[in-house]
Design a protein around this ligand. Structure first.
Ligand code: TYD
Ligand code: MG
Length: 458
């Protein structure tokens, strides 16, 4: 009798017994793939039928010192890792093809190796000569990194077992091939099996592994989301191809804060750190122009000033365009709806373009007010006063909510030469406007008041 096939969703991991175009679990399209079990064979009796050995329980308290971390010396990377590399940790580095993952990982491997870690770099994508040429170009040809090009997971594990490195970089997880799994490299089962083998090896043998993974069009690490659950740390390397700036963002970190970012610049000699990124995403500042607004944001633990640009123009189409880069399209729709429903400012018949300068992606709700200001400024063709930063969250009722870390945002803006800030009333400054360490702070409690103050009656 033929074995029943099983399928699983590469997005949410749900399993089904038949293929379908759309996953019932998460509603994603084209994510169902055939699953081959790790060990083939008929299902065994229930686990409760045979006694296992009892596991050892322990207390939460410990006398052990926290494991010593190793720093690469690339400060932006060490920061995102939560203060350096934790021994025996598993890290997934995801990003679009061509964004610079291999470059960053080769630089990191070289620096970790120079700092005393026995480091292996295993490439399944490029020939050894190619990797060597890149190392040469990056000035890292002398770094004590051991290089191999291999995709056979069994051979890799055997080598790791005998070499016992401190750190191994696998570039990329999609090219790895486990011979006990029948499906093709890059399939859900292969990626899952390879990630499982490598992360459990990491824990068992005290080796840190860095898995490089490509993301698909819609921003997921190709293959199952479950890889994200298997590892300790998930870092995304993002940026726009046309821009030279790259952001390394911790989206999950068992050993440090998530949401921390590191900023790099792609140069002719690899990725260079950007030590003080807060002014990076501001374009040339001259006379303020309509549609352009500076948002005082926070990324991870660091304040970051970003320019938002909006363009609003009559549409020639029946359906006006809503185009957004670096910000969530759904959130833009929400702000447009609030402006229309609560403040009587419609955008019907108008195309709306919103862009975050410099290729940065922002997801903070605190950018709402800055987005609204950019849209209004573009629509009314009125520039906001120069040297002004804006931040604050907008609720569906049109009320404004204070953003966390107001002080940090103001301090950073002041450091960069801004003199005025517009933010929601946080009930502390008392009154509509006041000065806060040299900054003039204009407060607003709702969107209508904000519009009245800065754009006339709207
Ligand atoms: P790569 O690290 O191969 O990307 P990924 O592994 O994410 O697919 O980087 C590819 C791009 O980086 C490539 O288009 C060339 C560019 N690059 C530089 O601009 N400078 C450099 O020093 C290097 C090594 C690459
Ligand atoms: Mg690569």
């Amino acid at each position: 009798m033929a074995k029943p096939k099983s399928f699983s969703c590469s997005s949410c991991g749900a399993s089904t017994s038949k293929w379908s175009g759309r996953c019932d679990g998460c509603g994603e399209w084209n994510t169902i793939q055939q699953e081959v079990p790790l060990s083939a064979g008929p299902a065994k009796k229930s686990l409760g039928a045979k006694r296992g050995t009892s596991i050892i329980l322990s207390d939460l308290s410990t006398d052990e010192a926290p494991p010593p971390r190793t720093c690469s010396g690339i400060d932006e990377l060490d920061l995102v890792l939560g203060g350096g590399l934790v021994p025996a940790s598993a890290i997934l580095v995801g990003g679009d093809p061509g964004i610079g993952k291999s470059t960053l990982m080769l630089q990191a491997a070289a620096r970790f190796a120079q700092n005393g870690l026995k480091t292996l770099y295993i490439s399944g994508e490029e020939a050894a000569a190619q990797v060597r040429m890149r190392a040469q170009r990056l000035g890292l040809a002398d770094a004590p990194v051991k290089l191999a090009t291999e995709t056979n997971l069994r051979d890799i594990l055997t080598t790791l077992e005998s070499e016992r490195p401190d750190l191994v970089v696998i570039d990329s997880i999609q090219t790895m091939w486990a011979d006990n799994v029948e499906s093709a490299p890059g399939s859900v089962s292969q990626v899952r099996a390879a990630a499982h083998e490598l992360t459990s090896f990491a824990k068992r043998r005290g080796v840190s592994v860095i898995l490089v993974g490509h993301v698909t069009k819609d921003g997921q690490i190709a293959g199952p989301r479950v890889v994200e659950h298997m590892v300790d740390t998930v870092l995304y390397f993002e940026g726009e191809r046309g821009h030279q700036f790259r952001i390394l963002r911790a989206v999950k970190n068992r050993f440090g804060p998530a949401d921390e970012i590191g900023v790099f610049e792609m140069t002719g000699r690899g990725l260079a750190e950007v030590k003080n990124p807060s002014a990076l995403f501001l374009s040339e500042r001259g006379t303020p122009s309509p549609g352009s607004v500076v948002f005082a944001g926070i990324e991870g633990t660091r304040p970051l000033l970003v320019e938002l640009q909006a363009l609003v123009a009559p549409t020639p189409h029946a359906q006006p365009r809503r185009s957004v880069i670096g910000w969530d399209g759904g959130r833009l729709a929400m702000i447009l709806a609030v402006l229309e429903a609560r403040c009587g400012i419609p955008f019907t018949g108008l195309d709306v373009y919103l862009n975050v300068a410099g290729g940065l992606k922002i997801s903070e709700p605190a950018a709402d007010l800055a987005v609204a200001a950019a849209l209004l400024s573009a629509r009314e063709d009125v520039a906001l006063p120069a040297e002004t930063v804006i931040f604050g969250e907008i609720s569906l009722s049109g009320a404004l909510r204070p953003a966390p870390q107001t002080e940090n945002r103001l301090k950073e803006a002041q450091k960069l030469g801004f003199t005025r800030a517009i933010a929601p009333d946080n009930g502390r400054a008392g009154g509509k406007s006041g000065t806060n360490g040299g900054m003039t702070l204009t407060q607003a409690s709702d969107l209508t008041g904000f519009i009245g103050d800065h754009f006339g009656a709207g």
